[in-house]
Design a protein around this ligand. Structure first.
Ligand code: SF4
Ligand code: FES
Length: 271
């Protein structure tokens, strides 16, 4: 990695890209030259150029995920030189630029590697496990169109700030890819906290955390062993403090459930 300078220069690199035709196919690294590019070009734009050249030669373009290219949507998901999202802290793959590399570098590009994120093709992985965790409880039940004015519900400033920090999670999955246990606790911690910190999230708070943790376990994500690789690679700098918050919320919910009459538990599960 080099210090960034915005003055453009020509840069040539060699890419070692993971190619895999499908989920059950063997994969391998293939080298591609990327020559005389503008150093202010983004990493994904470089892949576009390589793909254009491949297409002209009748080759199969490299499959990779992307959408907004603004660090918002969470779809870009490359491991660059062994690091999810590449060399910079708090920066998504799509906002990584060639000026972060040296002329002549050999750059390894792989998909996120975690059992709950199976490879679909080349650099694209299936992250629907995150969707299923969200469907299990990552919402509040408010009738559409009948929510009261936001300013009518007082929210303490520190809670609002913390909820906003949690809401910055873009669901990219880099935290899982960086963790030796493929733990999703930073993602789940952010989503549970985002809602649990606000008054609107209180009615379903216990039910939400239990359901989301249950689904997280069912998807095969591992446990947190406090290495914090997750927050180190998170493009939105989500703090591992949210994992501690998740653990506390979960423990309280389980204890409260143990002391709740069975009939109340049954009706809450049915709702
Ligand atoms: S916590 Fe960070 S790394 Fe994990 S999904 Fe959210 S934004 Fe991505
Ligand atoms: S493409 Fe949307 S966050 Fe990178």
């Amino acid at each position: 990695m080099v210090a960034e300078s915005s003055s453009s220069q020509a840069i040539s690199v060699t890419l070692r890209v993971w190619r895999q035709a499908g989920p059950d196919q063997p994969g391998r690294f293939v080298e591609y030259p990327a020559r005389n590019l503008n150093s202010n070009m983004s990493f994904l734009e470089m892949l576009d150029v390589v793909n254009d050249e491949l297409a002209v030669k009748g080759g199969e373009p490299i499959a990779f995920d992307n959408d907004c290219r603004e660090g918002i949507c969470g779809t870009c998901s490359l491991v660059i030189n062994g690091k999810p999202h590449g060399p910079h802290r708090g920066v998504a793959t799509c906002q990584t630029y060639l000026r972060s590399f040296h002329d002549g570098d050999v750059i390894t590009v792989e998909p996120f590697r975690a059992k709950p994120f199976p490879v679909i093709k080349d650099l694209i992985v299936n992250r629907k496990a995150f969707d299923r965790i969200m469907q299990a409880g990552g919402f509040i039940s408010v009738r559409t169109g009948s929510a009261c004015d936001a300013n009518a519900i007082p929210v303490p400033k520190d809670a609002a700030d913390l909820a906003m920090d949690a809401a910055a999670c873009i669901g990219c999955g880099a935290c899982v890819a960086a963790c030796k246990n493929a733990s999703a606790m930073l993602f789940v911690g952010a989503k549970v906290s985002q809602l649990g910190l606000l008054p609107q999230g209180q009615p379903e708070r216990d039910q939400r955390v239990r359901a989301m943790v249950k689904q997280m376990d069912a998807e095969g994500f591992g446990s947190c062993t406090n290495q914090y690789e997750c927050s180190a690679v998170c493009p939105k700098l989500i703090s591992h403090e949210f994992i501690a918050r998740l653990n506390r919320d979960y423990l309280k919910a389980v204890i409260r459930s143990a002391f709740t009459p069975i009939s109340a538990n049954a009706s809450s599960a049915a709702g």
